[in-house]
Design a protein around this ligand. Structure first.
Ligand code: G6P
Ligand code: ZN
Length: 559
């Protein structure tokens, strides 16, 4: 077979290609200009050195604008840098958890995910790319730092002189020793989900005439998975899936599944004719939101409820949970489940990457974050579809003996039962988006100082301080230390408030204030979270002088 010519194309470094653990995110217009993407990809291969030579890698993304052109650039660079085989999702599609699943299933060296997650897409919106390693986990800082280093000196692009590959049909195309295999983006992932869940059990629920669900793909990538899974496999009527045709610009929407941005679903679920179950996923399919009939489940409660029911309702967990984990600002409902089950519960900094080591070491089965991320150790990314199927498994299990037309146990009942058993952790997050950076940094500094001088027993209104600190995490597996992860004031009854600055914003600063209060008394668990938390919210705002520092007297988003 003819050998492939590798062209050495001169290039010059482009500033600002610093890569975080969510990869590199910029405006799509920036990425699609000149060698911007090619420089970064070449730098990744330079950082990997010989590691990826002769290996197989995976490529896919959330279907946003520029993914198709980007795929061709990446394929040529992969070939030019000695990769032996690329598995590509058809049409360049792979939701983030599916990409993680494909890397694992195909024993690939790693993979590229083209996505800017929940950020809007289109020529004037965002684009992004990240690299995941062989267990399907996002690349660690060591490698992202190395990539950044190479972006500052890159001078040659090694590009194979091969034609564009047709990504619209599955099959293998060979160019000399290099091969591209276009794969069905659903297949490997579906196979894995079938190993995790009892599809017959879920089908028994979704095919009943008296149960209705609505899944909103928000015009993003989970649209490609919704029909094959919910309709074709699980017997739900096609009308159960809405906005399920992936669009390059997500139909102009902001595909972030929360009460603000998933407003279409929220309207339906909080109406007189609401379905029994509602769910949405984000742009790349790793986040999720769970709703019942006129009921919202906080992500902190969701992961706790899934964990509490996992062994009974989900075959993958039938021999028990290895451990649980949540990010620090996530409410501690999960800790109570862990205590009940007698398993370890880890409190990690914000960011999914901290769960990977625990999973690889066999110490964490289920984990979640307040930022609408829920998942398990079947992959190394958070998994929106998994969370939806986990909830459907619980609902199906609980209703398997309820005759059609009988009173179904709903999301609200399951949540309220959970609170009755474990207590309710009221939780709310206030976001102050688009603030000026300097005053926000000054506010966090001042809070840090206040926390350092605060003493056990200090009074804050009716609350008595247990401790205050700036959260620090020592990874129990590799001993690495993450400092300054959020200033928290924790009270003797377990209530707390936390302040941190978002690590994912693209301009200015976003202050996040997290408020949590525990309520064991069943008769007091039914009140609205904002009402229950009002006194503590006031104390947090007073302690932080937030209004003075930021000039804001109201948050931009409340969850
Ligand atoms: C991304 C990460 C999550 C993280 C979230 C919020 O989605 O994958 O792990 O919880 O961002 O981060 P932020 O720093 O904006 O609060
Ligand atoms: Zn995402």
């Amino acid at each position: 077979m003819a050998t492939v010519t590798i062209k050495e194309i001169p290039t010059t470094p482009i500033e600002g290609q610093k890569t975080g653990t969510s990869g590199l995110r910029k405006k799509a217009a920036v990425f699609s200009e000149g060698n911007y993407l090619a420089n970064w990809v070449q730098s990744l291969f330079s950082a990997l050195g010989d590691e990826s030579r002769g290996e197989a890698m995976v490529l896919g993304g959330d279907g946003r604008w520029f993914n198709k052109e980007a795929s061709q650039i990446i394929l040529k660079l992969a070939c030019g840098n000695g990769v032996k085989k690329m598995y590509v999702g058809r049409d360049g599609y792979l939701c983030t958890p599916a990409a993680s699943a494909v890397i694992r299933a195909r024993k690939a060296f790693g993979g590229f995910i083209m996505s800017a997650s929940h950020n809007p897409g289109g020529p004037n919106e965002d684009w992004g790319i990240k690299f995941n390693y062989s267990s399907g986990e996002p690349a660690p800082e060591k490698i992202t730092d190395a990539i950044y280093g190479f972006t500052q000196t890159v001078s040659t692009l090694k590009m194979a002189d091969i034609p564009d590959v047709d990504l619209s049909v599955c099959g293998v195309t060979k160019f000399g020793d290099f091969e591209v295999e276009v794969i069905d983006p659903v297949e490997d992932y579906l196979k894995l989900l079938k190993e995790v869940f009892d599809f017959d059990l879920i089908k028994s629920l979704l095919s009943r005439s008296d149960f209705k669900m609505q899944f909103d793909a928000m015009h993003a990538i989970t649209g490609a998975y919704a029909k094959p899974i919910f309709v074709d496999q699980l017997g739900a009527p096609p009308s159960s899936c809405v906005n399920d045709e992936p669009k390059e610009d997500f139909a102009g929407g902001h595909p972030d599944p929360n009460l603000t941005y998933a407003e279409e679903l929220v309207k339906v679920m909080f109406s007189a004719s609401a379905p029994d179950f509602g769910a949405a996923s984000d742009g790349d399919g790793d986040r999720n939101m769970i709703l019942g009939n006129n009921f919202f489940v906080t992500p902190s409660d969701s992961v706790a409820i899934i964990a509490a029911n996992a062994v009974e309702c989900i075959p993958y967990f039938k021999s028990g949970l290895k451990g649980l984990a949540r990010s620090m600002p996530t409410a501690a409902a999960l800790d109570r489940v862990a205590a009940g089950l007698g398993v370890e519960c880890f409190e990690t900094p914000t960011g999914w990457k901290f769960f990977g080591n625990l999973m690889d070491a066999g110490r964490c089965s289920v984990c979640g974050e307040e930022s609408f991320g829920t998942g398990a150790d079947h992959v190394r990314e958070k998994d929106g579809m998994w969370a939806v199927l986990a909830w459907l498994s619980i609902l199906a299990y609980r209703n398997k003996d309820v005759p059609v037309g009988g009173k179904l146990v709903g999301v609200k009942e399951i949540t309220e039962e959970h609170w009755a058993k474990y207590g309710r952790n009221f939780f709310s997050r206030y976001d102050y988006e688009g603030c000026e950076s300097d005053p926000c940094n000054a506010m966090v500094e001042a809070l840090r100082a206040k926390a350092a001088s605060a003493k056990k027993g200090d009074k804050y209104g009716d609350y008595e301080l247990d401790y205050a600190d700036d959260f620090e995490y020592t990874d129990p597996i590799d001993g690495s230390v993450a400092k300054k992860q959020g200033v928290r004031f924790v009270f003797t009854d377990g209530s707390r408030f936390i302040f941190r600055l978002s690590g994912t914003g693209s301009s200015g600063a976003t202050v996040r204030m997290y408020i949590e209060q525990y309520e064991a008394d069943k008769s007091k668990q039914g009140v609205d979270a904002q009402v229950a938390l009002a006194p503590l919210i006031k104390i947090a705002l007073d302690t932080s002088d937030l209004e003075k520092f930021t000039g804001r007297n109201a948050p931009t988003v409340i969850t």
